[in-house]
Design a protein around this ligand. Structure first.
Ligand SMILES: C[S@@+](CC[C@H](N)C(=O)[O-])C[C@H]1O[C@@H](n2cnc3c(N)ncnc32)[C@H](O)[C@@H]1O
Length: 263
């Protein structure tokens, strides 16, 4: 995948705000899953498509000085190099190759594969990087499962929010995003031969950080929305002001988490 194919490019100030909001909304879900899977001192962990540093830093604290965290992304603009000593950050496309075959105790990725057209190759590369008995935790969105920005479409601001969310989905689909990917994760893990496969789903409603995520996302993709005639500049400005009022009770796409063990 070329960096230019990724709709929500990291090298932008709004991308940093998106990572902070994703962290505030989803880190508790990710951390609970890692803990339930038994994340322990000494583990070697690969964080794929790390984006920001909150998950990487948390993993590094859990595995301690006897473990390692390898954080990769096609764009490491927001992955600070000044985090813990047991963390290695590198620019890497998960589609290209496994990082290290048969090495990792845990491979985790969140909100990445949905954006990667070659997601099957990426999935196989992550499994190849696991040691026998190693664990894969995939967390990804299923925007088609719940496509609305406002599930309570009670007035013009909510209608506009849903129109713009639809425009965002349209742009994502045109870049090869699978809008119904999250629901497929458990079946994909079983098909790849993983054992003890399980999954669950988290869906925030009226979470304050959804407002910050929405404003950052809309600012980031505004040029593409305007170029594709999916909305006017006046509509984008109105929507940002509506969201900033804090009265829309915004949602995100549901996050499906699926896990399994390499035999
Ligand atoms: C929506 S962000 C999610 C970031 C982070 N995982 C989180 O949940 O906060 C998607 C991230 O995946 C990265 N990404 C996209 N395609 C990738 C690829 N082929 N290989 C590695 N990283 C990729 C992007 O650069 C971006 O940082």
């Amino acid at each position: 995948m070329k960096k230019s194919d990724y709709l929500l490019e990291n090298s932008n100030v709004e991308a940093g705000r998106r990572f902070e909001a994703l962290s505030a909304i989803f880190d508790k879900v990710t951390f609970a899953h890692c803990q339930r899977l038994g994340l322990s001192p000494g583990w070697n962990v690969w964080e794929v498509g790390a984006g920001g540093t909150s998950v990487v830093q948390w993993l590094a604290d859990r595995v301690g000085s006897s473990g390692t965290v390898t954080a990769t992304d096609i764009d490491v603009s927001w992955a600070s190099t000044a985090i813990a000593g047991n963390v290695a950050i590198s620019k890497h496309d998960v589609v290209s190759t496994p990082l290290q075959e048969g090495f990792f105790d845990l491979v985790h990725t969140r909100l990445v594969l949905v954006h990667v057209p070659e997601r099957q190759t990426a999935l196989q590369n992550m499994i190849r990087a696991l040691r026998p008995g190693g664990l894969l935790l995939l967390e990804d969105a299923d925007p088609a499962l719940q496509p609305m920005a406002c599930i309570n479409e009670s007035g013009p601001p909510q209608v506009l929010a849903n129109k713009l969310r639809h425009a965002f989905r349209h742009l994502m689909a045109s870049r090869g995003v699978d809008l119904a990917y999250g629901r497929k994760l458990p079946a994909l893990l079983r098909e790849q031969g993983l054992e003890d496969v399980g999954a669950d789903c988290y869906f925030p409603v009226a979470e304050p950080f959804c407002n910050i995520l929405e404003i950052a996302t809309v600012k980031l993709i505004a040029p593409q929305i305007l170029a594709a005639n999916l909305a006017t500049k006046a509509e984008l400005d109105q929507h940002i002001s509506n969201v900033a009022s804090g009265a829309l009770d915004l949602t995100t796409a549901p996050l499906i988490s699926a896990w399994g063990k390499k035999p």
